[in-house]
Design a protein around this ligand. Sequence first.
Ligand code: SAH
Length: 450
Amino acid sequence: MVPLPARRALLAAVLGSAGRRRLPRHHAPAAARPSSGAGGEPEAEGSNRATALLRHLLLKLRATGPVTVAEYMREALTNPGQGYYTHRGAIGETGDFVTSPEISQVFGELIGIWYISEWIATGKPKAFQLVELGPGRGTLTDDILRVFNQLASLLSKCDVSIHLVEVSPKLSETQALMLTGGKVQSNPEDMSAYMKGVSKTGIPIFWYRDIQDVPPGYSFYLAHEFFDALPIHKFQRTEKGWREVLVDIDPEVPDQLQFVLSPSSTPATENFIQPEETRDHVEVCPEAGVIIQRLACRIEKDGGAALVADYGHDGTKTDTFRGFQNHKLHDVLRAPGTADLTADVDFSYLQKMAQGRTATLGPIKQREFLKNMGIDLRLQVLLQNSRDTATREQLLHSYDMLMNPKKMGDCFNFFALLPHHRLVHPDKKHKPESKSPLPPVAGFGELLLK
Ligand code: SAH
């Protein structure tokens, strides 16, 4: 293991570099998605048309009756022909919503440093896979790869590969363009990947539809604004007990959808609501639970770590299901397929679903995590190296977007899964006086710089 002072110097080298990913934007980033109940901006206009997906859903509802909110959300987001991500997926200033990596290069750089820091802390294994779930435009991986490239001498003996889990053919094309310049091979033979290529810095990249297709091995997992896009079930407490919220056709208005309650309890109400629940309205995302279980099993078996960053709460919020189109709140039941649908992540549920297979850290607020990772130092270096006022203003504005508690600083959280031995020395029970304390996990505690 590299001694701590040497690790600090390495990380400081990246934070102190002048490297910028692209020409600065000369206009301020669009606002991030407001949280539920925040009021937000007026709803997008002209979105009440019967989209192809709405027509498909109306036929289905007429034939087989109401569907769960989870099924509706899955269709609206990932229907192969007409889902929002599969055929629109407009992320960024000119799209429907903007995310932290799209706002500032510093975000991805600090996450890249987090992985390197964990790799060093676990004795620099000879190989690691970086597995990103829901990579969007590929910006976050691109920024992380720039950090890996800056630390090429450190990583020279390590076999690094990138594995992207993406259901959207449209977004995977965007990612391929961003990361490889578009030079990719589709359906490579003898592989579980549906596409492969090589990054601009020479690192192999593979694309999959499901985490189960990613080969086993020591891996770092990343899920940024991924879990909030997974389908949720919604439940309402009534005088007669818990009922599931369903989506059906509004009998009063043709071609319009409405929420209804299941007439009786359903298998989901029986299985997903805890007897001690005190809220009157609950959202549960079983798919998120299954994915966390898979990540925890993989980390327990092969080592590595997972970093999850998202809107979230600790099992206290109620109705957070909302839609976004052109950076405005959008009625979730209108024009499905044309707007992003999202629900806050319940971190207490993710923690429970790790089932003790791994240790968990967080959730902690984005502004605390980034501060611990050295965002202030990185900002100073970029400010010193920028020549014009517009660039400096843009840097300060994006810092404010990421860190301001009223913007993204407080509503986004970081959460990690780590092998137990990363936090508690396996010998600790036998040698409590051991002189080699485990290095702290960056971001969640004391920073490594200085
Ligand atoms: N991480 C990116 C993009 C977030 S948007 C960013 O922060 O900018 C959500 C991403 O998850 C998109 O890439 C979307 O296509 C992908 N996605 C949504 N549902 C998915 C699923 N079930 N499996 C894999 N990817 C999914």
